[in-house]
Design a protein around this ligand. Structure first.
Ligand code: FES
Length: 262
């Protein structure tokens, strides 16, 4: 169950012109953290009209051997810009671990990860955990080179393929739509997508054209929550999947890709 914590910043650095890496000292949380878990961070800028809304940020790594967790984020709005100015040694008020962990298992030998934007943090976490026992390919999409996580965040065994284009859905189609070659979607025995809605719809369409059978659990999608209560009370994060209202902050962030569109 998510609890409130006061955590000390262990490391905070700029990775690219738009991405920052924030490591927090949290030995207990570091032991339990899994991909898909988020921290709800209080961003206390006095000039921010939304300062009471905690920012949900996906974990990008856990380092239990040194008792630390790490977040990867882009300070693209006032609350996160305030967070970007915090220094090592300062404390942050967070609630976590929030959300359900990704169901990694040892049958996922060929793992295909597809992501864009801030959601890539959760995929980096999966790649780091899965690398020792699975073949992992990560496709990362961004509208700006500076939004792509640097390769050194990933184990060297990971195949890391990046595409810079403003149209993520079209890029996903260009990379995964089968032409004369077999699609990566046919190679994979597990697919994890962390993409905007339109790109998820496109991925679902391509998946249906590539795979005759598509078992539940084969393809998972991540749906992020906007700033809100984080525990299912406010409805801010509500999305409709196959005619049912779902709350990603408590039921997600992982949902079956079969629930999107078509
Ligand atoms: S953020 Fe409040 S219900 Fe999900």
């Amino acid at each position: 169950m998510a609890r409130q914590h006061t955590l000390v910043i262990a490391d905070h650095r700029q990775l690219t012109a738009r991405l920052r890496w924030l490591a927090l000292h949290a030995p207990d949380l570091a032991r339990d953290a899994r991909p898909g878990h988020a921290l709800l961070v209080r961003c206390d800028d006095p000039d921010d009209q939304y300062r009471l809304l905690r920012r949900p940020l996906f974990l990008a790594a856990t380092m239990p051997e040194i008792g630390q967790l790490a977040l990867l984020y882009e300070p693209h709005e006032p609350g996160l810009a305030w967070l970007a100015c915090r220094l090592p040694g300062e404390t942050l008020d967070v609630v976590g671990l929030s959300g359900r962990p990704f169901p990694l298992n040892d049958r996922q030998c060929n793992l295909l990860l597809i992501g864009a934007g801030a959601r890539l943090a959760a995929l980096i976490f999966i790649a780091r955990l899965a690398a020792p026992c699975a073949a992992v390919t990560l496709f990362a999409f961004a509208d700006d080179q500076e939004c792509l996580p640097p390769p050194f965040l990933l184990p060297s065994a990971i195949e890391y393929v990046t595409t810079v284009d403003t149209n993520v859905a079209a890029s996903v189609a260009a990379v995964l739509q089968p032409t004369d070659k077999t699609s990566m979607l046919a190679w994979a025995d597990a697919v994890v997508a962390a993409l905007p809605q339109e790109a998820l719809m496109e991925l679902g369409r391509i998946m249906r054209s590539v795979r005759l059978r598509w078992a539940r659990g084969f393809a998972q999608m991540l749906i992020e929550s906007p700033p809100g209560c984080g525990f299912g009370a406010c409805g801010t994060c509500a999305v409709e999947l196959r005619g049912r209202v779902r709350l990603p902050c408590v039921e997600g962030p992982w949902f079956d890709l079969r629930e999107v569109g078509g």
